[in-house]
Write a protein that binds this ligand. Sequence first.
Ligand SMILES: Cc1cc2nc3c(=O)[nH]c(=O)nc-3n(C[C@H](O)[C@H](O)[C@H](O)COP(=O)(O)OP(=O)(O)OC[C@H]3O[C@@H](n4cnc5c(N)ncnc54)[C@H](O)[C@@H]3O)c2cc1C
Ligand code: FES
Ligand code: FES
Length: 479
Amino acid sequence: MKPRPFAYARPDGVDEAVSMLAGHPDDAKVLAGGQSLIPLLSMRLAAPAILVDINRIGELAYVRTDEDGVRVGAVARHSDVEYDEAAAAAQPLLRKALRLVAHPTIRNQGTVVGSIAHADPAAELPLALTLLEGAVTCRSRGGERRIPAAEFFVGPLETALAPDELATEVFFPVLPAGSGTSYREISRRHGDYAVCGVAAVVRVDGQGAVVSARAGYLSMAPTPYTVDLTVPLHGGRVDDGTALDGAVQLATATVEPGTDVHATADYRRHLAGVLTRRALHEAYAKAVQSSDSSPRDCTSGRPDVQSRREKRGRRSPAKTHDIRLHVNGTAYDVTVPARRLLSDALRHDLGLTGTHVGCEHGVCGACTVLIDGEPTRSCLMLAVAAEGHEITTVEGLAEDDGTLGPVQRAFKECHGLQCGFCTPGFLTTVTAGLRDNPAPTREEARDMVAGNLCRCTGYQNIVAAVLGAAEQAPETVAP
Ligand SMILES: Cc1cc2nc3c(=O)[nH]c(=O)nc-3n(C[C@H](O)[C@H](O)[C@H](O)COP(=O)(O)OP(=O)(O)OC[C@H]3O[C@@H](n4cnc5c(N)ncnc54)[C@H](O)[C@@H]3O)c2cc1C
Ligand code: FES
Ligand code: FES
């Protein structure tokens, strides 16, 4: 299925964006990374009249850390925050949460604010924000307001944002000295949405006695759910069995999980107990460690997250757009409806049929191309939004004389493909993966391809092909 027709607009400032939202109070949607919204459009579970693409708004492209906490603007990608050292030092729970969100390809496009605004009860960041008692700043034509996390999430995929409000920033506060955190979850595969997830924050005094302890749960309630576990643990140590048993008992008695296709309520409650124990242990150990160490310098400015987002011009609302796409070093001028997915534009408008389409909701990875060198699902990007970026498809991985490139050769030599349907997505993903990590271990090679599905080859040969390509000179692998 394809999205229903809609108009697409790309404002270049917050004021313009909120005016557009105010002009369509009932039928506009904000487009951030599109990693949740585009699948909803493609499945026709959402059918807005207009999409307001905020990716061009440079003033929202930042990750800022100071002694109070980490502020993330609405255009900062998951990966921008994940790799920000100052943010990780100031609020370690943030990086722990981000590394559990999907796969790197999704994190290249998805935004932190978008994930919070999407309010999926199985998502990691809404729980992190709630447990840390952070806040969301939003703007409308009426002005700005700050919504504490405890009031922001009101139901599954439902928030306190009014239809004409744009979330501009989320704030993750720094914890007091002597605090430690942990994020544990169980999912079928690493990167999948979790069947159960637990985050914990423990604070200790100078002697290692617990001052406060809290745990939070995902996939257990319609909104992120937190429990105060201070009473059973107060004044003691988390490695004291009796106190820990008391805390786990309190947590499992309080959570009210449901049964669905992924797990029964009983199994989820069992997991909550196991993960609470592990998370409290780890958070306690980190807290003791942190109370021993000297204060960190966590000041940083990283205004340059703007990077690739600002390469495209402003666009007024329209259902059809004349755009120029740069693919494999060639410029193509095409006219596309706003709803045209980049995968379809590559295949049908440009005739580059090497990019394959499997699931069309971001899961299989067959459609993965490189956008400015970063792996991206082309089925989760609108063609009009790809304007101004350098796109590399599998056709662009061949040598100039048309012979196979190094990653392609390694896949052929190691029998890393059979029917070849999934192969273009693996090749683009691995090309970027080896550029960033030219000598991966077997485990890292497995991780590199974990976001791509293959139905017929088997992953042994694919991993062998990654390692085989890595044995060649790294400079021959980079695109
Ligand atoms: C294969 C796959 C696996 C995934 N696995 C996980 C996972 O394990 N854990 C997880 O947490 N997520 C997962 N996700 C979702 C991913 O993290 C999304 O990036 C995230 O949920 C939404 O961020 P986005 O920037 O892509 O938002 P979009 O998709 O652009 O928007 C999502 C929603 O939020 C609204 N919105 C976005 N930004 C704003 C704003 N600034 N103001 C107001 N409203 C706004 C949109 O209108 C839309 O309703 C997965 C996605 C895919 C495709
Ligand atoms: S991930 Fe795009 S087609 Fe499957
Ligand atoms: S080679 Fe057939 S699906 Fe992967």
